[in-house]
Design a protein around this ligand. Structure first.
Ligand SMILES: Cc1cc2nc3c(=O)[nH]c(=O)nc-3n(C[C@H](O)[C@H](O)[C@H](O)COP(=O)(O)OP(=O)(O)OC[C@H]3O[C@@H](n4cnc5c(N)ncnc54)[C@H](O)[C@@H]3O)c2cc1C
Ligand code: FES
Ligand code: FES
Length: 506
């Protein structure tokens, strides 16, 4: 392999940049504010929650450059390699405000102004990627941006106006897009990137083989995927990570392959793309993913990261376990595949050997007779971590009796876990409310739930039991109102789900 490249190359607005010798875990936000003294991008929480630090990053996906909003506070500067960064300072062109900025002025979308640059950048990403947007779509795009003084209606009105009055700016954007894409393309190479300062380093391999090799020689290194967990170790725990390996340049680890009976997700597939794919399996998965962080988190957070972090309250593991997913682990020497539920051994302990990383996840599709349900219970509808997450899959024989039951929960134990006793209570039964009630009783023997500030053990148990009942009601009495918010609550008169599986291509 050729020698590693030791400088970071990216496009900063219109300007090509090459940087080296910086702190390997320096965030984009700290670089902007502390090194570049560009103060437009704000720091509110430094943990991915408030959106004040939102910037837009363009990167090659397949043959196209995709631009997406991300949180600069938790994203390492070095992850910009081969990409284009757009900050609030780049929007004003030729002395005129961008249509998004003008709309915020016209609609009185700003008071103290602290959240405003982040809100403008989230709206800018929406404007860039779509030609119109419903109020719900604008709300979704802003779910990761907190404003404590203006209130959201003027901001949403600005979101509508930017499409009405932004045609000329869009034309100008499209006119330069191909030349810019070519500049970004020229930054792609197959050399390993290695940013060093003293003994600390950020390594970004360009292929899976190189990833396996470098991880084998640094098994204690921290894998940093989307950094929506690891970023907080840096900004909140103030950890000085010694060696960081970032697989973000490896195209082969990204994307969703469609097989006849399964979808296979590369570990580095981001949650926004996963949402599009999973929504094709079942609308509940679209809603689950839509409520996963805000868009800035979903645009970078990965499927592999949500599994490998081993959180007992991660949202994907229960859904994937219920579907019957398997995870493929890879090291320099070999690959092995195991049922996802077996990957989680104990609190924050997974079945992963030194030098092994998550390569992909294979998710079984549903059959015509399968029944499926996924629910997330959290204190807030948007951008909140689950207190309980439940996902259920039932398969039935020709007589309508259950012959396979997979009931998986997050928030009910130290790991995402199947409810084996409740599953046994269902097998051989017809699926109805009585069966759900019997399974709900068995749940009490399956779990001694977590008891913490997010939710008490008693509350969690009651929620889990009620989710089973909701599943029974939703699958037998489709007209009964069981949800009060979100796309699944909106039903048209025929009982069909309205807008339940949004397919968003950003
Ligand atoms: C504001 C905010 C909101 C959030 N909301 C939610 C939510 O609603 N639901 C939810 O479940 N989570 C949520 N999270 C947590 C986080 O976004 C997810 O867990 C995410 O999927 C992590 O993925 P990542 O790519 O960012 O992982 P990283 O932060 O990069 O890594 C997480 C862990 O996984 C390891 N890792 C990553 N990739 C691999 C791999 N391929 N092989 C081996 N190890 C690997 C890392 O070393 C690290 O230990 C939220 C986080 C924030 C900051
Ligand atoms: S500063 Fe709050 S999300 Fe980044
Ligand atoms: S305008 Fe003050 S926080 Fe939004």
């Amino acid at each position: 392999m050729s020698e590693a490249r030791t400088s970071l190359r990216f496009i900063d607005g219109e300007v090509s940049r090459e940087l080296s010798g910086f702190d390997p875990t320096l965030t984009i936000l700290d670089w902007l504010r502390l090194d570049e003294r560009r103060m437009g991008t704000k720091e509110g929480c430094a943990e991915g929650d408030c959106g004040a630090c939102t910037v837009v990053v363009g990167r090659f996906v397949g043959t196209q450059v995709r631009y997406r909003a991300i949180n600069a506070c938790i994203a390492p500067l070095a992850s910009l390699d081969g990409r284009r960064l757009i900050t609030i300072e780049h929007l004003k062109a030729g002395g005129s405000l961008h249509p998004v900025q003008q709309a915020m002025v016209d609609r009185h979308g700003s008071q103290c102004g602290f959240c405003t640059p982040g809100i403008v950048m989230s709206l800018f990403a929406l404007w860039l990627n779509e030609n119109e947007a419903s109020e719900e779509r604008i709300e979704d795009a802003l779910a990761g941006n907190l404003c404590r003084c203006t209130g959201y209606q003027p901001i949403i009105a600005a979101g509508r106006q930017m499409f009405e009055k932004g045609a000329a700016a869009k034309k100008a954007w499209i006119a330069q897009a191909a030349a810019m894409a070519e500049r970004i393309r020229q930054l792609q190479d197959d050399r390993r990137l290695e940013i060093r300062k003293g003994t600390r380093r950020f390594i970004a391999p360009a292929s899976i083989e190189d990833f396996a090799k470098v991880y084998a020689s640094h098994p204690d290194a921290t894998i940093l995927a989307g950094a929506t967990d690891v970023g907080l170790w840096i900004t909140k725990d103030m950890r000085l990570l010694d060696t960081v390996i970032h697989p973000g340049r490896i195209a082969a680890l990204e994307g969703v392959a469609e097989k006849e009976e399964a979808l296979v997700f590369g570990a580095m597939t981001n949650l926004a793309d996963a949402e599009n794919a999973l929504s094709r399996i079942h609308p509940h998965l679209a809603e689950l993913l839509r409520r996963f962080g805000g868009e800035q988190i979903r645009n970078v957070g990965t499927v592999g990261g949500n599994i490998a972090n081993g959180s007992p309250i991660g949202d994907l593991p229960p859904a994937l376990i219920a579907l019957g997913a398997t995870v493929t682990l890879r090291s320099q020497e070999k690959r092995r595949e195991l049922p996802l539920e077996k990957f989680f051994i104990a609190y924050k302990r997974q079945d992963r050997h030194p030098g092994e990383f998550v390569e992909s996840v294979r998710v079984r599709k549903l059959g015509a007779a399968s029944l499926f349900h996924a629910s997330k219970v959290s204190k807030r509808f948007d951008e909140d971590i689950s207190a309980v997450c439940g996902a259920f899959r039932l398969e039935r024989d020709a007589k309508g009796r259950i012959n396979e039951a997979r009931l998986a929960f997050g928030g009910m134990a130290a790991v995402p876990k199947r409810a084996s006793r409740a599953e046994r209570a269902l097998v051989g039964q017809e699926w109805n409310e009585e069966a759900a009630e019997r399974a709900a009783v068995a749940l009490e023997k399956d779990f001694a739930p977590l008891d913490d500030w997010r939710a008490s053990a008693r509350y969690r148990m009651r929620c889990a039991q009620n989710l089973l009942l909701r599943f029974a009601i939703e699958t037998s009495e489709a007209e009964t109102e069981t949800r009060i918010a979100g796309p699944l609550a909106r039903r048209d008169l025929s009982g069909e789900l309205a807008g339940a599986a949004p397919s968003r291509e950003l």
